[in-house]
Design a protein around this ligand. Sequence first.
Ligand code: 5AD
Ligand code: SF4
Length: 467
Amino acid sequence: MEQMEWKTRRKIMSERKLHIKTWGCQMNVYDSNKMADVLAPVGYRLTDDPAAADMIILNTCHIREKATDKVFSELGRLREIKDARAAQGQKMLLAVAGCVAQAEGEFIIERAPYVDMVFGPQTYHLLPEMVLDALGDDAKRKRVVNTDFPTEAKFDFLPAAQSPDGPSAFLAIQEGCDKFCTFCVVPYTRGAEFSRPVSAILDEARNLRDQGACEITLLGQNVNAYHGAGPNGRTVGLGALIAAVAEIEGISRVRYMTSHPKDMDQNLIDAHRDIDKLMPYLHLPIQSGSDEILEKMNRKHTAAHYLDIVAALRKARPDIALSTDFIVGFPGESEAHFEESLALIREAGFASSFSFKYSPRPGTPAANMPGLLREDVKSERLQRLQDLLYSQHIAFNASCVGKTMPVLFDRPGKGQDEELHGRTAYNQSIHVKGKPRLIGQILPVEITGAFPNSLAGKLETGEYMAA
Ligand code: 5AD
Ligand code: SF4
C-alpha cells in the first residue's frame, strides 16, 4: 500500500464523526474497532448517533438468513438522514462493509445508488484512500467498490490497537477458513485461512496489556486451525501460541474462539491442562449429532469423534464447560437424525449454546441440496432443541450458586449505585456490589444467585468497604 501523504490526510477532514453499526460475530466487532482505529488519524471520531455522523459504516454479516434484506432496509432509513444532511449542504458518506459487501459487491450500489462505498473485510487498511475517493471534489467523486482479496496481509497495515474496551480485549490471530462446510458462506466472504505471525500477535497482546487489558480473547473464524510463523521460521500451533500469550506479564486470562472439532489437536487439549490462565470454557460448534448430516455438511468429523474430544478436554481440565452451535433442519434431516442431535446434547452437556434454523446461503453447496424442510418443521425442531439446551444452561448457572469464583470486573453495572459488572471464568455476566476502583481486578466472589442471563454474587465485605 502506498503511504498516504499527511497533507492528503489533512485534506480529508479535521474532526468528523463516524458511526459504525455492527452485525454478527466477534470478528466483526474487532473489525469495526480496527476501522475506527484506521480512520482516527484522518480525523474521524466515533459517535453513537447516526444523525450526527459524517460517515456511517454498516459492518454486515452474511452468515444467516435475511442479512441482505436487513442491510437494505437499514440503508433505506439512513438515506433519509443523508438526504436531510444534503439539504443543509453537508455531505454524509454511507458505506457497507463486511461479508454482505463482499458477497453482493456492485449489486448494492445498483440497488441503492445513494451508497458511496462498498468494501470487503480484506480492505479495511485502505479505508483512508477509499474515503478520499468517495469524498472527492464533486466532479471527481466516485463510488468505491472494493471486494478484492489482496495478496498482502491486511493485518500488516492495520494500526496497533488504540484502546481496548475495558480490561477485556479481542485480538484477531487468523482469518478466513478452508473447511468449506456446505452450509457456510465464510470461506467465500472471508477467503482462505490466513494465520498472523507469532511476533505480530505478541506485540499486539503487549500493546493491549499496556493499555489496560488483562484478558485477551484470541479470535479467528477457524481459530484452532492457527498455524503462524514462529521464531526460527517454525510453524506454531494454537496451543503453543496460547502458552506464549499467557507468559506475558499482566495478562491474567486467555480465551479463544471459534474452533472446529477437527483442529482440536493434542497440544491444544494439553494447553487446557497446563496453562492456568487459559479459561476453562470452550466454544466448540458441532452443528448436528447425526453422522449422516455431519457428512452432508462436510464437517469432516463424526458425533463419536466430537464426544471423544469432549472426554479428552474434561480429563485435561475437569472443570471445563462447553458451549456449542447447532443447525436444525439441514436438507435431508429426518426426525431420527434430529433425535441424534438431542441425544448428543444429553451426553455432552452444554453450559451455553447458539442454535439456528438452516437457511440456504446462495453460492454454497447445501443451497442446491434436495430435501429442504418445511419452515414449521424446522421451527418445531428448533424449539425442542432449544428447550433441552436451555434446561442445561439453567442447570449450569444454578450449579454455580454457593461456589466462590474469580471474577474479572470490567465495567460499572447498569443498575444500582456501586454495582459492578464482571465475568466469571465461564464468561457468565455477574453483578456484584463493589467500588468502581475494582474495575480491572480479578477477585474471588461468592455466587449468591443464578438467572438465565447472569449471576449475582458478593465480595468479601472488606473488599467492598475499602475505599
Ligand atoms: N444456516 C443456519 N445457520 C448457519 N450457521 C452458519 N451458516 C448457517 C446457515 N446457512 C451457523 C452455524 C455457525 C454459526 C456461526 O452460524 O451454527 O456455527
Ligand atoms: Fe464456516 Fe466454521 Fe465451517 Fe469454516 S469451519 S466453513 S467458518 S462453519
